[in-house]
Design a protein around this ligand. Structure first.
Ligand SMILES: NC(=O)c1ccc[n+]([C@@H]2O[C@H](COP(=O)([O-])OP(=O)(O)OC[C@H]3O[C@@H](n4cnc5c(N)ncnc54)[C@H](OP(=O)(O)O)[C@@H]3O)[C@@H](O)[C@H]2O)c1
Length: 259
């Protein structure tokens, strides 16, 4: 039975993805930062005779991420890792900028790196990103830097620190960044997707970024045009790619979109 691990899965797109993968025969580790809500969500899926394990995980906690990796040591290798946890705060100030990057970008890096030794040789890694992270929102200089074919992890971290410093000086736009920490966090997550795909090289593991579109969730709001099922379908597609499937791309509804 294939194994999937999903972050931020106590509600919204993460929970929907957990349900669909479990219905397709996956054993799912449904993780979330509120232990009670997480266990409640997992129990609701188990009540439908699905194989779902709830597990605490705050993606901002290195200790928590390490503990999850240890708990997973008793399981077979992970076939699908879905970095779905995400947050969007209103306004832009140094705390909003730091918290957003810590969850949406660094959280995905932290979880991916900690679970890397537990991944199956043919695993799919999915970064749940957003069209808000496209580089059209950045100055051409910054966009070119982030798209550089030789981009390294340290270059992404430098861009993150530059953004945090620009925000603290009230100069995000002047320095070429969008005035929106969520957009920056997803652009950095996308950059990490490209770097990781290069690191994976010729291995049979795949990593892709997926935009679910604008979906009715607590984050997307009631006015969003897409249902949970529509939003999750592209995530499930990327999580279940087989041999020869895409890697290092950015997709919406299983179709490539521009970085
Ligand atoms: N909805 C959209 O229109 C849309 C569009 C593009 C991309 N996305 C992306 O889709 C993903 C899922 O969002 P959603 O729409 O389903 O929103 P949501 O209903 O607000 O769900 C977000 C999930 O992330 C979790 N989370 C937040 N901070 C966390 C942390 N530090 N550690 C672990 N989990 C954390 C939340 O947990 P709590 O319950 O504890 O807060 C919740 O389970 C996000 O990455 C989002 O950026 C959504």
């Amino acid at each position: 039975m294939p194994l999937a691990v999903i972050t931020g899965a106590n509600r919204g797109l993460g929970l929907e993805t957990a349900q669909v993968l479990a219905e397709r025969g996956y054993r799912v580790w449904l993780t979330g930062r509120d232990p009670e809500l997480t266990e409640r969500a997992a129990a609701a899926l188990r009540a439908q005779h699905l194989d779902v394990q709830g597990s605490y995980l705050d993606v901002t906690s290195a200790v928590g991420v390490g503990a999850l990796a240890q708990r997973l040591a008793a399981e077979p290798p992970i076939d699908a890792l879905i970095n779905n946890a995400g947050a969007s705060f209103s306004g832009l100030d140094p705390k909003v900028a730091r918290d957003t990057l810590e969850i949406n970008y660094r959280g995905a890096v932290r979880v991916t790196d900690a679970l890397a030794p537990r991944l199956a040789s043919t695993a799919n890694i999915v970064m749940v990103s957003s069209g808000m992270g496209t580089l059209s929102h950045f100055s051409s200089t910054l966009a070119e830097r982030l798209l550089n074919a030789d981009l390294a992890r340290a270059d992404i971290e430098s861009a993150a620190e530059e953004f945090l410093s620009a925000v603290s000086l009230g100069q995000a736009a002047a320095k070429g960044f969008p005035n929106n920490a969520y957009s920056v966090s997803k652009a950095l997550m996308n950059a990490f997707t490209r770097v990781l795909a290069r690191e994976l090289g010729r291995s049979t593991q795949r990593v892709n970024a997926v935009c679910p579109g604008w979906v009715k969730t607590r984050m997307g709001g009631d006015g969003a045009p897409r249902s949970l099922a529509q939003g999750a379908s592209g995530i499930v597609w990327a999580a279940t790619l087989g041999p020869g499937g895409a890697s290092g791309g950015f997709f919406r509804d299983a179709k490539p979109i521009a970085w």
